[in-house]
Design a binder for this molecule. Structure first.
Ligand SMILES: *[C@@H]1O[C@H](CO)[C@@H](O)[C@H](O)[C@H]1NC(C)=O
Ligand SMILES: *[C@@H]1O[C@H](CO)[C@@H](O)[C@H](O)[C@H]1NC(C)=O
Ligand SMILES: *[C@@H]1O[C@H](CO)[C@@H](O)[C@H](O)[C@H]1NC(C)=O
Ligand SMILES: *[C@@H]1O[C@H](CO)[C@@H](O)[C@H](O)[C@H]1NC(C)=O
Ligand SMILES: *[C@@H]1O[C@H](CO)[C@@H](O)[C@H](O)[C@H]1NC(C)=O
Ligand SMILES: *[C@@H]1O[C@H](CO)[C@@H](O)[C@H](O)[C@H]1NC(C)=O
Ligand SMILES: *[C@@H]1O[C@H](CO)[C@@H](O)[C@H](O)[C@H]1NC(C)=O
Ligand SMILES: *[C@@H]1O[C@H](CO)[C@@H](O)[C@H](O)[C@H]1NC(C)=O
Ligand SMILES: *[C@@H]1O[C@H](CO)[C@@H](O)[C@H](O)[C@H]1NC(C)=O
Ligand SMILES: *[C@@H]1O[C@H](CO)[C@@H](O)[C@H](O)[C@H]1NC(C)=O
Ligand SMILES: *[C@@H]1O[C@H](CO)[C@@H](O)[C@H](O)[C@H]1NC(C)=O
Ligand SMILES: *[C@@H]1O[C@H](CO)[C@@H](O)[C@H](O)[C@H]1NC(C)=O
Length: 364
């Protein structure tokens, strides 16, 4: 097992080296190689059953293709939808959709049949994808969209990556009555977001299901603005409340104790307006952990809200904190069922192992 695995790994790295050099990303790539090698070696020693990146992903990454989109013309496509529609179903290669700066007013759905899609924006002038649907908007057949279909961008596909993209749902900025209006729904597995922003009010980021990674992201909203039953590591992200009164940042929906679901916020910054709870339990076994996170004065001393509807779920939730800082992180008035994690307990949540990152995370 072990020698074969190493050989596969080396062959794959060589083929990736060739492709990546052509794309002129050597320095990032070198960093990734050493990081992934270390991670791989560590994993192989600790746990013989895992073997680096999964095979489908290795193949997709070794055979990338690029599509360009610019609303101002001069690119392969003028809209993101045209680019998505041009990809043949069940593609096996990474398709990088390179999106020029500007505001793209369109709703985008990436079906499950299109894995390995990357949205790539310019770091210094990030493109915005913006729509303004809400849960109560009616279709021509009279049915309502509901929260699920209000999303500006919805991803059903696995292995989706977004880099330097602004996802926006602007409905509630314009309305006096705020309702559910999702900026991004991620339902695909093994998905990563780097340097992205998510703007909305209620229900901004629907972290629906699957294992996900968010790094250096800015997430803004009011009620339950990060919700769903994803198993997700959020690293170095800003959670910015725009609430006018009191709300909860997360509504994590782990609905039974055997679900491998939970949100882990590491090295994040909780800031903004109003007063916030760190979480409230959409699911009875809701699981959320904040570690090494700066919490501004907006975080209520109790920290966590136990009620969902008329039920109390304080006996079954898992709400933990570890080595946080800032005025909102004072634990002296926390609800008694909040957990102050030990080093050992925190360990499970604070590395990429939480999301099996060694099998699918690649350098942006
Ligand atoms: C890369 O993808 C193209 C288009 O799907 C295919 O024709 C080609 O065989 C693939 N190459 C490799 C090395 O997989
Ligand atoms: C995406 O997934 C949802 C829920 O599984 C489904 O209702 C919807 O039709 C899917 N959309 C596409 C375009 O695949
Ligand atoms: C949402 O955007 C559409 C098209 O841009 C526009 O027609 C509609 O009035 C907007 N709705 C709201 C609530 O602003
Ligand atoms: C969305 O609303 C914000 C705040 O009002 C505004 O700055 C931004 O331009 C709006 N986006 C679009 C696409 O209209
Ligand atoms: C993300 O942003 C950081 C800080 O602005 C920058 O150093 C980095 O190059 C960006 N990453 C990518 C993949 O563009
Ligand atoms: C996501 O992938 C992991 C690892 O392969 C798997 O255990 C899990 O069941 C998948 N989740 C979903 C929602 O497909
Ligand atoms: C963390 O995010 C900030 C932006 O909020 C960025 O300036 C910084 O470079 C990021 N740090 C790392 C280590 O990526
Ligand atoms: C703010 O929230 C508190 C507690 O939920 C409530 O009593 C109060 O009426 C709210 N104020 C406004 C202006 O909505
Ligand atoms: C837990 O939830 C999952 C997903 O909804 C379901 O498949 C599973 O049967 C549930 N398990 C129990 C013990 O209720
Ligand atoms: C958190 O964000 C606020 C508002 O942007 C900023 O003033 C503060 O410096 C940030 N704190 C940390 C520790 O990043
Ligand atoms: C937990 O919830 C129960 C109701 O289910 C309630 O009786 C109890 O007082 C709560 N405990 C705490 C510590 O809040
Ligand atoms: C936390 O709050 C308590 C009482 O509210 C106070 O006595 C204590 O000094 C605070 N701790 C820190 C580290 O600010």
């Amino acid at each position: 097992m072990v020698p074969k695995t190493h050989l596969q790994c080396i062959l794959f790295l060589l083929s990736l080296l060739y492709t990546t050099c052509r794309l002129e990303m050597e320095s990032d790539f070198d960093k990734w190689v050493s990081w992934n090698m270390k991670s791989h070696q560590r994993k192989t020693i600790l746990e013989n059953k895992r073997s680096g990146l999964d095979l489908k992903l290795q193949q997709a990454e070794s055979n990338k293709t690029i599509l360009t989109v610019s609303k101002d013309g001069g690119a392969d496509f003028n809209t993101i939808n045209e680019a998505i529609n041009s990809i043949s179903p069940h593609n096996t290669r990474r398709v990088v959709v390179s999106i020029a700066p500007g505001v793209y007013r369109e709703k985008v759905v990436i079906p499950e049949s299109l894995p390995f899609v990357t949205f790539l924006g310019n770091a210094n002038d990030q493109p915005t994808i913006s729509a303004n649907d809400t849960s109560s908007v009616t279709r021509s057949d009279g049915t309502t969209l509901k929260t699920f279909n209000s999303a500006t961008v919805a991803v059903n596909a696995s292995y989706f990556i977004a880099i330097n993209i602004i996802f926006e749902n602007n409905a509630s900025y314009l309305e006096s009555k705020v309702e559910q209006a999702v900026a991004l729904r991620i339902s695909g597995n093994k998905s990563a977001f780097y340097n992205c922003s998510f703007y909305g009010v209620q229900d901004t980021l629907y972290d629906h299901k699957g294992i996900h990674y968010f790094k250096n992201c800015f997430i803004q909203g009011s009620t339950d603005f990060i919700f769903g039953y994803g198993r997700t590591l959020y690293e170095n992200c800003t959670l910015n409340s725009v609430t006018k009164n009191v709300t909860s940042i997360t509504a994590q929906k782990r609905s039974n104790s055997s679900l491998d679901s939970g949100f882990s916020f590491k090295n994040c910054n909780v800031t903004g307006s109003g007063h916030v709870y760190l979480g409230r339990p959409w699911g009875e076994y809701s699981r959320v952990v904040y570690s090494y996170t700066f919490m501004d004065t907006i975080v209520l001393p109790k920290g966590w809200d136990e009620s969902w509807g008329d039920q109390k779920r304080n006996m079954t939730v898992y709400y933990g904190e570890y080595k946080c800082s800032g005025p909102g992180s004072n634990l002296s008035k926390r609800v008694p069922w909040a957990r102050m994690l030990t080093d050992e307990e925190a360990q499970l949540f604070i590395g990429i192992d939480f999301i099996q990152g060694d099998t699918w995370l690649i350098s942006p």
